[in-house]
Design a protein around this ligand. Structure first.
Ligand code: 5AD
Length: 354
């Protein structure tokens, strides 16, 4: 029996992260799948993703839409465009709409609050925000307007690596872990998570990342591979060298699935998406592997075609040239093949201990 929850130690985690044996790994996948089934059930919650703006004030070293990438054509969706995507989510029967963007002050606190209020009139939809490190004033306003959840990956628990890849925005020091705690205090369900295989990230760091996910008691955890974007500083190996072989965390599918499966064991009640980045590094089976190794959420992309091609946080993103309809057909077929059903209702984080 593989220990779970409080009984899984950091040493256990490290051993799994280094485990090469496919038969043993099958035990990890099976255990994560069983815990997922027992604790959060077989429903796969669908969250309609709307990439509302690719403007960004930050210069995160890995991200294709960071402020210094002048080659990106920038867009910001209008209120009507956003609401028509949200309507589509309601029509598809999704329980949640996710508004994601770069850190874009052009999306003013009031503008976003007004949209949240209007989305709430379209149907019984939960609203998740993923809009970067915004002020407490803005996130407070959005909570009052009815927002339910906030996604802000902490990316790495290694403070030195974090600083290296997240330059501060002027006087605004980047501290996502502290911000997540404040967001929880405001009443949001909070989502964190990491990229796997960042140059300079070790397996020890990944073990610490996983321990931090449990410590923060995250409601949602996003885990995907780091995918180098050629127009970003992090893609330049001379600026950001990798650690030596065996210490540097790989960004391959197996390593991502290990982190995902371990997150399920450590945080059994959390909502875990099978991410688009995972589907990008294995187009045939990445999403299905995520769903059968711990994940219980998928985020179908509802962003209009003309904008989604511009939301290039990493290259060759899965689904970037598809319409929302085609993407949904593929997801329905994958769920049917796995014998899983689409969730109904908000699909909020479970609290089994209460
Ligand atoms: N590779 C993989 N994931 C990335 N993200 C941003 N840039 C990349 C990249 N190059 C992820 C970050 C961010 C989320 C919205 O997208 O983890 O939090």
């Amino acid at each position: 029996m593989i220990p779970t929850g409080e009984n899984l130690t950091r040493d256990d985690i490290l051993r799994w992260l280094h485990e090469p044996d496919e038969e043993k790994l099958q035990m990890l996948w099976d255990t994560a799948d069983r815990v997922r089934h027992e604790v959060v059930g077989d429903a796969v919650h669908l969250r309609g993703l709307i990439e509302v703006s690719n403007h960004c004030a930050r210069t995160c070293r890995y991200c294709g839409v960071n402020a210094e990438n002048k080659a990106v054509e920038r867009y910001r969706m209008t209120e009507d465009e956003i609401l028509s995507c949200a309507k589509r989510a309601a029509e598809y029967g999704f329980g949640t709409v996710v508004m994601q963007a770069g850190e874009d002050e052009g999306l003013s606190g009031k503008f976003v609050a007004g949209i949240i209020e209007k989305i709430k009139t379209l149907g019984d939809l939960a609203v998740t925000l993923s809009l970067g490190e915004r002020s407490d004033e803005d996130t407070g306003l959005w909570k009052e307007a009815g927002a339910n959840r906030y996604l802000l990956r902490f990316e790495t628990s290694d403070a030195t690596l974090y600083k290296k890849i997240h330059p501060d925005r002027g006087a605004r020091v980047s501290n996502r872990i502290e911000q997540l705690k404040r967001l929880r205090g405001m009443g949001y369900e909070i989502g964190g998570g990491v990229m796997v295989g960042i140059p300079g990230q070790s397996y020890d760091t990944l073990a610490d990342d996983l321990m931090l996910m449990r410590q923060l008691d995250l409601d949602m955890i996003g885990i995907g591979p780091y995918i180098p974007h050629p127009a970003t500083p992090l893609a330049d190996r001379s600026l950001f060298p990798e650690l030596v072989k065996g210490v540097q965390a790989l960004s391959d599918e197996t390593t991502v699935c290990k982190v995902l499966a371990l997150a399920r064991l450590l945080c059994p009640e959390a909502n875990l998406p099978s991410t688009t980045a995972l589907a990008t590094i294995n187009r045939e089976a990445g999403r299905a592997h995520g769903l059968s190794r711990g994940a219980n959420v998928v985020m179908p992309n509802l962003t209009p075609q003309q904008y989604r091609v511009l939301y290039e946080i990493y290259p060759s993103k899965a689904g970037i040239h598809e319409t929302a309809e085609i993407g949904m057909d593929a997801i329905r077929a994958q769920l049917a093949a796995l014998g899983r059903s689409a969730g109904t209702g908000y699909g909020s984080r479970k609290h089994t201990g209460e």
